[in-house]
Design a protein around this ligand. Structure first.
Ligand code: KIV
Length: 266
């Protein structure tokens, strides 16, 4: 299967076919996502919370993101890989932003980057795109702005906030983003953005009227249970299954049942 490119993403939108996106952070999970035929793998800075166990995405570094992106690109034979730019890797100067975005492609093998922010990031997006790097924008609830937003809260609930988010959507499209993630906004606002833009909208907690959907893989698989946002659908409880398996192993070892002859050399 050939690699999915931004042209395939545009084509899906044009044909009215839904775009699928999931996070992955390492080789085995990226293999599962890729083999399931998901279009885009996001190496999200959500790995801070679901892999590293910290309480926000703010501590995640460029070196950590590059490391995880490398693990994922080794497994992604058809899915397009998007590297998520971590906090302070693009907010300082346009030069920093272009260099750091470029490292995702040059050193880790990603095909695009994602960054958070709307109108205030338009010039940064333009600079990265001018360097030949596709950019996925991310507006609405932008977790790197958690302290400005006063927590992980649904955005765009009153008229002024709706207008700001609509302006952000227009700005990132004009700046050259090839798609935009809409996180935690009312479904009616996401529908309005979807109808207004020509670039694909990828929703997470933004209702059904987006061109595609994204979830954090560990939420979908039931591997992360510190908290579960309302917009998550858990398809399996993998943590419970894994816990059961590990407890059985413990019992087998303690009871002398493992290893048996079957798992021993003659
Ligand atoms: O970091 C991440 O996983 C994300 C998605 C939730 C869109 O930004």
């Amino acid at each position: 299967m050939p690699k999915i490119t931004i042209l395939d993403i545009y084509k899906k939108k044009a044909e009215g076919k839904k775009i699928t996106m999931l996070t992955a952070y390492d080789f085995p999970t990226a293999q599962i996502v890729d083999q399931a035929g998901i279009d885009v793998i996001l190496v999200g800075d959500s790995l801070g919370m679901v892999v590293q166990g910290v309480t926000s995405t703010l501590p995640v570094t460029m070196e950590e993101m590059l490391y995880h992106t490398k693990l994922v690109t080794r497994a992604a034979s058809s899915a397009m890989v998007v590297g998520d730019m971590p906090f302070l890797s693009y907010q300082t100067t346009k030069g920093d932003a272009v260099l750091n975005a470029g490292r995702f492609l040059k050193e880790a093998g990603a095909e695009a980057v994602k960054l958070e922010g709307g109108a205030q990031m338009a010039e940064v997006i333009s600079a990265i795109v001018a360097a030949g790097i596709p950019v996925m924008a991310h507006i609405g609830l932008t977790p790197q702005y958690v302290h400005m937003l006063g927590g992980f809260k649904v955005q765009g609930k009153d008229e002024a906030a709706r207008e700001r988010i609509l302006a952000d959507a227009r700005a990132v499209q004009e700046a050259g983003a090839f798609s935009v993630v809409l996180e935690a906004i009312p479904a009616s606002l996401a529908k309005e953005i979807h109808e207004m833009l020509h670039i694909p909208t990828i929703g997470i907690g933004a209702g059904p009227d987006c061109d595609g959907q994204v979830l954090v893989l560990h939420d979908l698989l039931g591997l992360f249970d510190r908290f579960t946002p309302k917009f998550v659908k858990q398809y399996v409880k993998l943590k419970d299954l894994a816990l059961k398996a590990v407890k059985e192993y413990k019992q087998d070892v303690e009871g002398g049942k493992f290893p048996s002859e079957e798992h021993s050399f003659k």
